[in-house]
Ligand binder design. Structure first.
Ligand SMILES: Nc1ncnc2c1ncn2[C@@H]1O[C@H](COP(=O)(O)OP(=O)(O)OP(=O)(O)O)[C@@H](O)[C@H]1O
Length: 254
């Protein structure tokens, strides 16, 4: 039997008493690459935040790697890339420093990085195609390259599960391709992925299952819907907040 990595059973989540997820049950098993799809505001980010314990459930349960989430402590097994903020913060860190921070959960803050840490950072930078930018300040990178830096940071922790919130939104084609390659390598190595996406683009062939969230419930769980059909659907009200211009990245000084 394939072990379950994530199990949500009859999950209910709300903000300020307003329900956002009404009754959600979802299972993700080892090696799956699951895309969470749905219109703006349907609750996709809320679902992954609930899975990670970042927002509380009003009802229902979550288990991670077979353990009740409230007792789960093995966070090094999970890499999380949140939705990008888009606003500049002027952080002067280099690409390598940001990626190396992804090792902290494994090695602890007080122990200096060892050979395994350096190798994991180098491998993660290589996986996302940024090895040649390691010593550049992240603020000098494009938004897509900054997003790749965050993905490398998650990969550097050598997680078993990657949870990504709109990893390719507003990202240039080269970065999308690089990300797809990194994700393929991660999945080929037995990794499990749960990602939120609007446009699957080059990720499409990697997705083993699509889960569509609609009005707080799961409206579809199975094959990846046809992109034309999805966008042509009468209830498709996604407004594409990230325009054709690549927005300034997380650490841009622009
Ligand atoms: N921290 C919060 N406090 C209050 N309401 C929130 C909070 N986060 C999200 N919401 C609301 O919950 C609903 C679902 O939001 P969520 O971000 O989960 O949707 P989404 O499907 O990820 O949307 P998008 O595609 O726009 O990212 C929205 O109506 C949103 O305004």
């Amino acid at each position: 039997m394939t072990p379950d990595v994530i199990t949500v059973t009859h999950g209910v989540v709300g903000y300020d008493g307003r329900p956002v997820l009404r009754d959600v049950s979802l299972t993700v098993t080892t090696g799956e690459v699951v895309a969470l799809l749905g219109a703006n505001g349907s609750g996709k980010s809320t679902l992954i935040r609930a899975v990670l314990g970042l927002v509380p459930l009003t009802a229902g349960t979550v288990t991670l790697f077979g353990q009740p989430a409230r007792r789960f402590r093995q966070w090094h097994r999970i890499g999380y890339v949140p939705q990008r903020l888009g606003a500049g913060s002027g952080v002067p860190a280099t690409v390598a420093e940001v990626v190396a921070s992804g090792r902290l959960a494994r090695r602890g803050v007080l122990r200096p990085p060892g050979r395994a840490d350096r190798a994991a950072v180098a491998e993660a930078l290589h996986a996302v195609g940024l090895a040649d930018r390691a010593n550049d300040p992240v603020a000098t990178l494009s938004g897509g390259q900054q997003q790749r830096t965050l993905i490398a940071r998650a990969l550097a922790g050598q997680p078993e599960l990657l949870v990504l919130d709109e990893p390719t939104a507003g990202v240039d084609a080269a970065s999308q391709e690089a990300f797809a390659g990194a994700l393929r390598a991660f999945a080929d190595g037995g990794g499990t992925v749960l990602l939120v996406a609007h446009e699957l683009g080059p990720l499409r062939p990697l997705i083993s299952r699509a889960v569509v969230v609609h009005q707080g419930v799961i409206a579809h769980d199975g094959a990846v819907p046809d992109p034309a059909g999805h966008h042509a659907a009468p209830d498709h009200d996604h407004v594409h907040p990230h325009g054709p211009e690549e927005p300034a990245g997380l650490w841009s000084t622009r």
